[in-house]
Design a protein. Structure first.
Length: 257
């Protein structure tokens, strides 16, 4: 039985984790299914923006499956951790913007998956945390690497070493959430954000995402070198001519025909 659903409309692909009986927790099978689904929509020509969310209003992803992990030995845990990292790296490296629409719990692996997304729209009942230390573990899907870059080292160390859970308001205050809305408006707000993005040049968006991602791992001189190369490369494509011409002609550009 598949626990992943995909919906596509108006160039927006929704990837929905539907394992509500376990608060959408990620066991190895669900992780594999979600990886396949994300890979599919990234390569889909009819997808311009991706929204990842959890079914129901209790959880985005409550975390990795504790019962499944209880049965793992070190070698199995290594494979499971690498599989989770593969998924988060795929999301982070996507040439198409990925929005996490977070409804309820985003804990452990759920928080890590949300952080791999480019943006996070959250409901008022959302909560975030990396409580792995309470289980004698640590975040294994990129949490120790991404959280400091998003919220700063001090706050990341506090959250990871205490394992405490924070609410939507605190997540927004520290920069973990882009926007808070009511639960019943979560998908509308996420789609509105996706629609705003879709008005712009797809190559320009993809190049911008690459520059941002690469720039986080190198000094500013190297980052700016990549930036100017990507900037100049866009002049090879009709997309930039359409954008510049539309501006001069005082009309909306038509990037996606």
């Amino acid at each position: 039985m598949s626990h992943i659903k995909i919906k596509n409309e108006n160039l927006i692909s929704e990837v929905i984790i539907d394992r509500q009986e376990a608060l959408n927790a990620m066991n190895p099978d669900v992780l594999s299914e979600l990886t396949d689904a994300v890979q599919k929509v990234i390569s889909d020509e009819k997808t311009g923006v991706i929204i990842i969310t959890g079914e129901g209003n209790k959880a985005f992803i409550a975390g990795a499956d504790i019962k499944a992990m209880q049965q793992m030995n070190a070698e199995e845990a290594l494979r499971y951790g690498k599989a989770g990292q593969k998924l988060t790296l795929m999301i982070e490296s996507s040439s198409k913007p990925v929005i996490a629409a977070i409804n309820g719990f985003a804990l452990g692996g759920g928080c890590e998956l949300a952080m791999a997304c480019h943006m996070r729209v959250v409901s008022e009942n959302a909560s975030f945390g990396q409580p792995e230390v309470k289980l004698g573990l640590l975040p294994g899907w990129g949490g120790t690497q991404r959280l400091p870059k998003i919220v700063g080292v001090g706050k990341a160390v506090e959250l990871i070493t205490t394992g405490k859970i924070i609410n939507a308001e605190e997540a927004y205050r520290i920069g973990l959430a882009n926007k808070i809305c009511s639960s019943n408006q979560l998908m509308n707000e996420s789609k509105n954000l996706a629609t705003e993005i879709l008005k712009n040049g797809p190559r320009a968006i993809s190049s911008s995402l690459r520059c941002i991602k690469d720039g986080l791992t190198m000094n500013i001189e190297k980052g700016m070198e990549i930036e100017v190369e990507e900037f100049s490369e866009l002049f090879r494509y009709e997309e930039r001519m359409e954008g510049l011409t539309a501006f001069i002609e005082k009309r909306d550009p038509k990037f996606r025909q």
